[in-house]
Design a protein around this ligand. Structure first.
Ligand code: SF4
Ligand code: SF4
Ligand code: SF4
Length: 256
């Protein structure tokens, strides 16, 4: 099911839905984040990406696995284009051994040049229009995104090759509050250019997104419906310390 700005608004306005939120489990586990940051090991939001992200134009997983002959042409083409988005799974991942996958988009986003899928000799990667690519889905961690915590930050939306069709902004006194809708192609350019330490955006598989979408939207709605006092306590009591600790972790990584 696709959702868009209208769905968000509908969710926000649905009478009685608020009570359902009290039991909502956050996709982004703040306690886990805080604990991880305290230990200094994990600068990422605690989100499961749900497995492997395949190159753009990849057939559905079962067919992709049947058609791909592990020739590595897509990986070489991507390397030649100097994007280095793709790699081939090695012995550490026997289930996917020999198959191409998208590396961490925070470092190697897909530029959607579409050269890899044009070069695939077996049709495991199929020609597709850029706007119809469905590599994955970008989720913004509302607890650490600058735009959701009193700031104005447009970096993700500026980096997005799909631009205005993907981003909705809920501007208000707590920031410019960006949301990414289902038209996202999963290229990861937003994750790469998010200025937050380790990125406030994670690209997850479409299957994983189906699982977490309801909780994510519930978090969105809950945040939007907070009173000013509740929001103040959340931003200043919980989120800003999280943001600061992530900043320090990245700073330390850079110094090492
Ligand atoms: S579309 Fe271009 S950048 Fe993206 S994976 Fe293929 S070759 Fe690499
Ligand atoms: S929101 Fe991010 S992952 Fe989605 S299309 Fe835009 S830049 Fe790519
Ligand atoms: S670039 Fe990062 S911090 Fe800035 S609005 Fe987007 S997700 Fe939030």
């Amino acid at each position: 099911m696709e959702f868009d700005r209208r769905d968000f608004l509908k969710l926000s306005l649905t009478a009685g839905a608020a009570s359902a939120l009290s039991g909502a489990i956050s996709v982004f586990d703040n306690d886990a984040n805080a604990a991880a940051n305290k230990e200094g090991f994990e600068p990422l939001p605690n989100i499961n990406i749900g497995g492997i992200i395949r190159p753009p134009g990849a057939l559905p997983e079962k067919e992709f696995r049947a058609k791909c002959i592990s020739c590595g042409v897509c990986v070489n083409v991507c390397h030649t284009m100097k994007y280095d988005t793709l790699s081939i799974a090695g012995l550490s991942d026997l289930k996917n051994f020999g198959l191409p996958y998208v590396k961490d988009t925070r470092d190697f986003p897909c530029a959607l040049c579409m050269e890899c899928l044009k070069s695939c000799p077996t049709g495991a990667l199929q020609p597709v229009k850029k706007e119809d690519v469905k590599m994955g889905m970008a989720l913004i961690d509302l607890s650490i995104c600058f735009g959701w915590n009193g700031d104005v930050c447009l970096s993700c939306s500026k980096a997005c090759p799909m631009g205005a069709t993907i981003f909705d902004f809920y501007n208000g006194e707590w920031g410019n509050q960006p949301m990414i809708n289902d038209k996202c192609v999963g290229c990861g350019l937003c994750a790469k250019f998010c200025p937050l330490g380790g990125s406030a955006i994670k690209i997850i598989t479409r299957d994983e997104y189906k699982k977490v979408k309801d909780n994510y939207l519930a978090d969105f709605k809950k945040t939007m419906n907070m009173t000013n006092e509740e929001r103040y306590n959340l931003v200043y009591g919980v989120n800003l310390p999280l943001i600061m600790s992530r900043g320090r972790i990245i700073e330390r990584e850079y110094r090492d």
